[in-house]
Design a binder for this molecule. Structure first.
Ligand SMILES: Cc1cc2nc3c(=O)[nH]c(=O)nc-3n(C[C@H](O)[C@H](O)[C@H](O)COP(=O)(O)OP(=O)(O)OC[C@H]3O[C@@H](n4cnc5c(N)ncnc54)[C@H](O)[C@@H]3O)c2cc1C
Length: 445
């Protein structure tokens, strides 16, 4: 069996297939496996420059860590903030920006008195089968809560815009609440859980790919781009490698664990209908700028915050800053004299923000950190990681689109798809999609 793509989806699919005793070859285009899970050295410290956490309220990520025999770590008690209306303020408890505690929202000062009054006067509305998160929340609670809470939260997870992202795909809980009645009435009864929301591995999420490969029982080939896929009499043939030296790899079954655009290309002749659906899934490009400072150069107060979000309406370059040194004990312990933090930039259809040199991205990050958080020190080292087309955009109707793609692929024996395009972009959801692909292939035999 062949798995195409060595991100977390492909790795978990390869591991799952190998565990059933099958011969599995994983083909990864880039020189290293892991996809968006990646570490790099900054000031001599190895830290995440892609995903840095996984949701701990879903089982898939924690279960995988358990299977791999590694413990998980949770963030410190430092809390997150949001830059709003001229100050860094505490981020109120919310469900993707929908406030769960009105008193806390009022106390935070994130919204203006008018914005707050509009939230409190929730307007009942009918709810369509699917609607954008922004339209849903704006119609109920007003525009300001969308601009100042929903946008920055969705901007963090999807690098997308609230008025485009599907509520059914991204926040189904919110849509279900809206169908039942008042969001605010129900928000008040959403239980406060003491369980940690996020987890990572000791040394960061970038360690996960190596652990999966080490004990996975499959062969992983890197720098092996799959260029074409076709059906044969008894399975599949893949064209692999540079156009000057193409190689054909035969397989009884294939998992495509690649992002939507390459998957669409590979399926163009195999299932044009699914390929066209995949080609219409847009993606957002982002960049992560990691900055290392001498600990003594930063104000002590910073250590109480895990970072902050910046709503697009504030018109800054960065959309978030993560104070990794305050959020993660393992980062702090790497070197007590060096503190590492990161900024993220880039939203869907706003590629212009990223059209700068690496030095330019560092410069605008430092300017925003100075004016928003009072960090005026010079970094001792920096690292810029660009993630082109990294985050699929779950547009309104995404769930139906995915159902159509899956229906088309179900007609092709020995083919399965998985990855961030389908069931959620977060690491646990992606692991879930890989397990689903494995089940569809092994149960079909
Ligand atoms: C900056 C950033 C931060 C994030 N932070 C978090 C976070 O903190 N928590 C969280 O849960 N999620 C986070 N995410 C989302 C999450 O990391 C991704 O959705 C997830 O890792 C995607 O996994 P994947 O395997 O589907 O795809 P990818 O990681 O994109 O892997 C796909 C792989 O396929 C390979 N490939 C592509 N075409 C071919 C081809 N033709 N032949 C062979 N190989 C090919 C690519 O090189 C790549 O390695 C973040 C994403 C980004 C970009």
């Amino acid at each position: 069996m062949v798995v195409v793509g060595g991100g977390v989806a492909g790795l978990v699919a390869a591991r799952g297939l190998a565990a059933t005793g099958r011969d599995v070859l994983l083909l990864e285009a880039s020189p290293q496996v892991g996809g968006k899970l990646r570490s790099a050295e900054v000031a001599g410290l190895t830290v995440d420059v892609g995903a840095e956490a996984m949701l701990a309220r879903r089982p898939e990520g924690l279960d995988l860590a358990d299977e791999l025999g590694t413990e998980v770590l949770h963030p410190t008690a430092a809390t997150s903030g949001v830059w709003s209306r001229g100050a860094l303020r505490p981020l109120p408890r919310s469900l993707m920006g929908v406030p769960l505690d009105l008193d806390q929202l009022a106390g935070s000062g994130v919204l203006s008195p008018e914005g707050l009054a509009r939230v409190s006067a929730e307007t009942p509305t009918d709810v369509a089968d699917d609607v954008s998160v922004g339209d849903l929340v704006a119609s109920r609670l007003g525009v300001e809560v969308v601009e100042r809470l929903v946008e920055p939260l969705l901007g963090g997870v999807y690098a997308g815009h609230a008025r485009r992202i599907s509520a059914a795909a991204a926040v189904p809980q919110l849509l279900a609440m809206a169908r039942r009645g008042s969001l605010l009435d129900q928000a008040a009864s959403v239980p406060v859980s003491a369980a940690p929301v996020f987890a990572t591995l000791p040394g960061g999420m970038g360690r996960l790919p190596g652990l999966v490969v080490a004990g996975g029982g499959f062969e992983a080939r890197t720098s092996a781009t799959v260029r074409a896929l076709r059906r044969t009499a008894d399975g599949w043939a893949l064209t692999v490698g540079p156009t000057t030296h193409p190689e054909t790899v035969e397989a009884g079954a294939v998992v495509l664990a690649t992002p939507a655009t390459p998957t669409a290309r590979l399926l163009a002749d195999v299932t044009p209908a699914a390929a066209a659906e995949l080609a219409s899934v847009e993606s957002a490009s982002v960049a992560v700028v990691t900055l290392a400072f001498r600990a003594q150069d930063l104000p002590d107060a910073l250590f109480e915050r895990s970072g902050f979000l910046v709503p697009p309406v504030e018109r800054r370059a960065i959309k978030a800053a993560t104070f990794s040194f305050a959020k993660w004990g393992w980062v702090r312990d790497l070197d007590p004299d060096v503190v590492v933090l990161r900024t993220s930039l880039g939203r869907h259809r706003e590629e212009a923000t990223l059209q700068a040199t690496d030095e330019g991205l560092v410069r605008v990050s430092l300017a925003d950190l100075a004016s928003l958080a009072g960090i005026t020190a010079r970094p001792v080292d920096t690292h810029v990681q660009r993630w082109g087309g990294a985050l699929p955009q779950y547009a309104v109707g995404h769930l139906d689109r995915v159902a159509r793609i899956r229906a088309a692929v179900a007609d092709l024996p020995g083919l399965a798809l998985c990855g961030a395009t389908y069931d959620g972009v977060g690491v646990p959801a992606v692991i879930g999609s890989a397990r689903r692909a494995v089940a569809s292939l092994t149960q079909a035999e």
